[in-house]
Structures are given as structure tokens and as C-alpha cells.
Ligand binder design. Structure first.
Ligand code: TLP
Length: 351
């Protein structure tokens, strides 16, 4: 591997800032299972305030946030409606089915948005044969849809369908602050119409560990029990929460830089032979493109890795690159140059 590494695999690779490390070292601590860790309590208050919800609970990861989030809305045998590209459907090891005994039903999602007619039709009327539809899960920004953003009106339109049928809405807001920055609104505006929201501290916000699940007080009380059941009662978790507080206070506005770098990356890549990409669709930190070059997506990932540029295949023939706190403009320019060298050197039939 070359000396210089440009790691575009995910914003999860971000390292804590010096201010976070200091805050972690100096954090005031207590036993969080007794709700006695002042730093965790501070983070939870701050998170609830940012999301416009009554209460919040620190969880270990985005996956645990969604699992605890879904469990706290549902009973065994319920049905949960999710987009067919949802993270919770593709990448969370079927935890909701295994642990929660709930069944997922997918509806089409395009650019992060659910098809409203399909959504409404998927909500089951009460019937002795049917599972009860108790929850709709949405995702903002949308990972597999290339970091697509749902705006306030789109979120509201989904929540209105849910409300008409007495169904709750959970928002996987792993990257909700990226969505908020892209829309130019506070994150709480994007969470206003949902019943619960989870967001990640350890993606673009660069904290080392943790996510926060937010909702009303009764819901979060339930969530605390499920978190404990899943082994997420972390005792002196203020060590982690301290970095989360710094993340919320210092790392949100700078996400605009990541979005700008992603735009430059997308525009550069879109000009290369064998890449299919509409840069206008890139609004946040995720760039997803199809590879029609004979080298293929796997071959391009391998060739870039040999040059020190890391990225992943997101689906067959499709690559994902993500910008973040560890990536500056010259890294993006370098990645484009490496991709150009590889793709312009490919001859038809080569693999
Ligand atoms: N996504 C990861 C991988 O799992 C693909 C990534 O690199 O993007 N919701 C969304 C929308 C996510 O993108 C992720 C992580 C999660 C939930 C889960 O978060 P973690 O990894 O903290 O469990």
C-alpha cells in the first residue's frame, strides 16, 4: 500500500478531534445504568433538544439505535414497513426479526423517498389473518440512495399517511445532520413529524463511538429497558458521551465541507470513461456510481487500493465513496486522478 492513503470507504472511519480526546480524558463520570453519569445525562439532554424530542438515550451504535428503536414501538408478530433500500433492511443482520419477532414489508423507495400510494396500500387493515402494521421506518440521509435527502415536506407527507392509520414513524437519522445542513434547516425540523429518531455520533460528526435514540419520555423509558436487555448498559459511558457533546457542539456546520468535497468528487468522476454518475444527485457526503468500464467495480476498487485510494463496492457494478472530516480537497483531487489513470488505461476486453 502506498504511503498516502485516501480512505473514502465510509465516514465511520473518522477519528476523534483533539478537543474530543481532551473532553474524554477530563469527563465527569458515574454509573449510567443508575442514570448517574453526568456527561451521559448532558449528552442525552443536548440530543433531545437538537431533535426537538422530550428525551433521549445513548446507545452503542446506529444498529443498536434502530433495533432498540423498533423494539420500543412494536410487539412480536407486528409488521414494519421499510423502504426496499433501507439500511435497517439490508445491513442490520435481521435483528428486528431475530430479537423483536417483527416482520419487515418493503415498499419502493426512490431518492430516499417512499412511494406514498404504495405505502398507504401496504398498511394492513385489521383482520384476524394479518400481522398488525405498527411502524414505518424511514431513513434520512439515505445511504443506499447515495446520501439522498428527505426534506421537511416529504417527511411530513409520510407521517400524515402513518397518522391516518394510527401507525408510528421511526427515523433512521444516522446522518440527519448531513440532511439538515443540505436542507439549510435545523435537524429538529426534519424530526418534527416522526415519533422517534436515532442519529450517529460516529459518522460525519467524528466521535469514536455511539448513537442517540430520541422520542417522548414514555418511549425512551421503554427504550432504556431494551438497551439493557441487549447489553447496552455501559456504566461510565461518559467517556464516550464527552466526545458526543463535542461532536454536537463543534462538528455539525463543517459537514458542508464534506458535501462540497463530495460534489467536486462526483463532478470529477462523472467525466471519466466507464463511470455512470449524475453529480446533481450528490447533495451530501455519499457518492455512489455505476461502473460500466470492462475493469468492473471490483477491478476498479482493487486498482484504486493499489494506489492508496480506498472505497467499497456497494452493490454489483456499483461503488460508494464517502467524504468526511479526514478528507481534504487535495485528497479528492488525488482520488479523481487515480481513477482517471486506471480507467483511461483500461482497454476493452481487459479485466
Ligand atoms: N452504515 C455503514 C455500513 O453499515 C454500511 C456505512 O459505512 O455507511 N443507519 C444508516 C443509514 C447507516 O448508514 C448505518 C451505518 C447504520 C444505520 C448503522 O450504524 P452503525 O454502523 O453505527 O451500527
Amino acid at each position: 500500500m502506498p504511503d498516502k492513503v485516501v480512505d473514502l470507504r465510509s465516514d465511520t472511519v473518522t477519528l476523534p478531534t483533539p478537543e474530543m480526546r481532551r473532553a474524554m480524558a477530563e469527563a465527569e463520570l458515574g454509573d449510567d445504568v443508575f442514570s448517574e453519569d453526568p456527561t451521559v445525562n448532558l449528552l442525552e439532554e443536548l440530543a433531545a433538544e437538537r431533535m426537538g424530542k422530550e428525551a433521549a438515550v445513548l446507545v452503542t451504535s446506529g444498529t443498536q439505535g434502530n433495533l432498540v428503536g423498533v423494539l420500543s414501538h412494536t410487539q412480536r408478530g407486528d409488521e414494519v414497513i421499510v423502504g426496499h433500500q433501507a439500511h435497517v433492511f439490508h445491513y442490520e443482520v435481521a435483528g428486528c426479526a431475530v430479537v423483536g419477532g417483527v416482520q419487515f414489508r418493503t415498499v419502493r423507495n426512490v431518492d430516499g423517498m417512499l412511494d406514498l400510494a404504495e405505502l398507504e396500500a401496504a398498511i394492513r387493515p385489521p383482520n384476524v389473518h394479518h400481522p398488525r402494521t405498527s411502524l414505518i421506518c424511514i431513513e434520512n440521509t439515505h445511504n443506499r440512495d447515495g446520501g439522498a435527502v428527505l426534506d421537511v415536506a416529504q417527511t411530513r407527507s409520510i407521517a400524515e399517511v402513518a397518522r391516518r392509520h394510527g401507525v408510528s414513524v421511526h427515523l433512521d437519522g444516522a446522518r440527519i445532520f448531513n440532511a439538515a445542513v443540505a436542507c439549510g434547516v435545523p435537524a429538529r425540523a426534519l424530526a418534527a413529524d416522526v415519533d422517534s429518531v436515532t442519529f450517529c455520533l460516529s459518522k460525519g460528526l467524528s466521535a469514536p463511538v455511539g448513537s442517540v435514540l430520541c422520542g417522548n419520555e414514555v418511549y425512551i423509558e421503554t427504550a432504556r429497558k431494551y438497551r439493557k436487555m441487549l447489553g447496552g448498559g455501559m456504566r461510565q459511558a461518559g467517556i464516550i458521551a464527552a466526545a458526543g457533546v463535542v461532536a454536537l457542539n463543534t462538528m455539525v456546520d463543517r459537514l458542508a465541507e464534506d458535501h462540497e468535497n463530495a460534489r467536486v468528487l462526483a463532478e470529477g468522476l462523472a467525466e471519466l470513461p466507464g463511470i455512470v454518475l449524475d453529480p446533481k444527485k450528490v447533495r451530501t457526503d455519499i457518492v455512489i456510481f455505476d461502473v460500466i468500464s470492462p475493469i468492473g467495480a471490483d477491478g476498479l476498487v482493487r486498482a484504486l487500493k493499489a494506489k492508496g485510494v480506498l472505497c467499497n463496492v456497494a452493490a454489483p457494478g456499483r461503488i460508494r465513496m464517502v467524504t468526511h472530516y479526514g478528507i481534504v480537497r487535495s485528497d479528492v483531487e488525488w482520488a479523481i486522478r487515480c481513477a482517471r489513470d486506471v480507467l483511461e488505461g483500461v482497454t476493452v476486453g481487459a479485466r
